[in-house]
Design a protein around this ligand. Structure first.
Ligand SMILES: Cc1cc2nc3c(=O)[nH]c(=O)nc-3n(C[C@H](O)[C@H](O)[C@H](O)COP(=O)(O)O)c2cc1C
Length: 184
């Protein structure tokens, strides 16, 4: 029997061309088993600044698109850098747009934080987990990881050059899948 296809939406907290976090999600998409489809959301930079006053009946098109894609996904995998010891504004902005609409509620969610520094973006990681917990996202056990010194583990083309990291990413994908299977 064929396993049902699992849809994961990948969200990178970096808008930068050549972002290591976006590249990590691209690598995860290629490492995923056949029945797991990881699609990277590419509209983060198009979201307007969150304002509760425009979160009413006429929500901006970019927000509707984001919410629709999030809702349709079985699971979410966020990969983010750390900016100034916190979550990049563009990612926090996107998450703020989900507070009233609750797409992350109970959604199996994984969090990666890649940094060229030895700290591995742990402040952004912790802060993001706090926000996601507040929204009652289902933070998957084994689905979260800080990745220090990413530049030693991934080349400029975005290929993972470190076997250990590739295995860890596969383990994260398995954890997301397991969380979904447990829910079924
Ligand atoms: C404005 C700015 C602030 C940063 N602050 C931090 C920081 O607090 N901690 C950290 O580990 N890295 C920090 N960095 C370095 C980022 O982790 C690094 O640029 C990383 O590669 C960005 O991720 P990306 O490759 O996905 O774009 C900062 C970078 C920028 C541009």
């Amino acid at each position: 029997m064929n396993e049902p296809t699992i849809h994961i939406i990948g969200i990178s907290g970096s808008l930068r061309n050549g972002s290591s976090n976006t590249n990590l999600l691209r690598a995860a998409a290629t490492l995923a088993p056949k029945h797991v489809k990881l699609t990277i959301f590419d509209g983060l930079g198009d979201l307007p600044h969150f304002n509760p006053e425009i979160d009413g009946e006429e929500v901006p098109e970019a927000v509707i698109d984001f919410r629709t894609q999030l809702k349709a996904a079985d699971s979410v995998l966020i990969s983010t850098p750390e900016y100034a010891s916190g979550v990049p504004g563009v990612l926090k902005n996107a998450i703020d747009w989900t507070v009233s609409s609750s797409e992350l509620y109970n959604k199996p969610t994984g969090v990666l934080s890649a940094s060229p520094h030895p700290s591995g973006g742990e402040n952004a990681h912790a802060s993001l987990l706090m926000t996601l917990n507040m929204l009652n996202a289902h933070i998957v056990s084994g689905g979260t990881m800080c990745i220090p010194q990413i530049s030693l583990k991934m080349n400029a083309a975005g290929d993972i050059t470190d076997n250990g990291l590739a295995k860890e990413i596969i383990a994260v994908l398995h954890a997301l899948e397991k969380a979904l299977n447990t829910e079924l």
